[in-house]
Design a protein around this ligand. Structure first.
Ligand code: FES
Length: 86
């Protein structure tokens, strides 16, 4: 069996992840803990890991409010974190 490696871009940095890795995990692997910011600028990070808390929202391929814990990485995906996502 061959491991499939995907190339994704997080905040302008290219990283390689294995197939089946969530975007939230990829963000952590890239060394970032912040996924979004509240309307007052407070840093937010994944909390529940199961699609309930909404704290892991990021922009994926230009679409805001995507749950990074519920989204698997796809080759060529572009992820932006740290934005205000009310
Ligand atoms: S970590 Fe809670 S919804 Fe994603």
């Amino acid at each position: 069996m061959t491991d499939v490696v995907l190339n994704i871009n997080i905040n302008g940095c290219d990283i390689h992840v294995a197939q089946g890795v969530s975007v939230a995990a990829a963000i952590a692997m890239a060394g970032s803990a912040v996924t979004r910011r509240s309307v007052r600028g407070a840093a937010r990070a994944p909390l529940c890991g199961m699609g309930v808390c909404q704290e892991c929202r990021v922009t994926i391929d230009g679409r805001m409010h995507q749950l990074s814990c519920q989204t698997l990485c796809a080759d060529g995906m572009r992820v932006t974190t740290g934005e205000v996502q009310p």
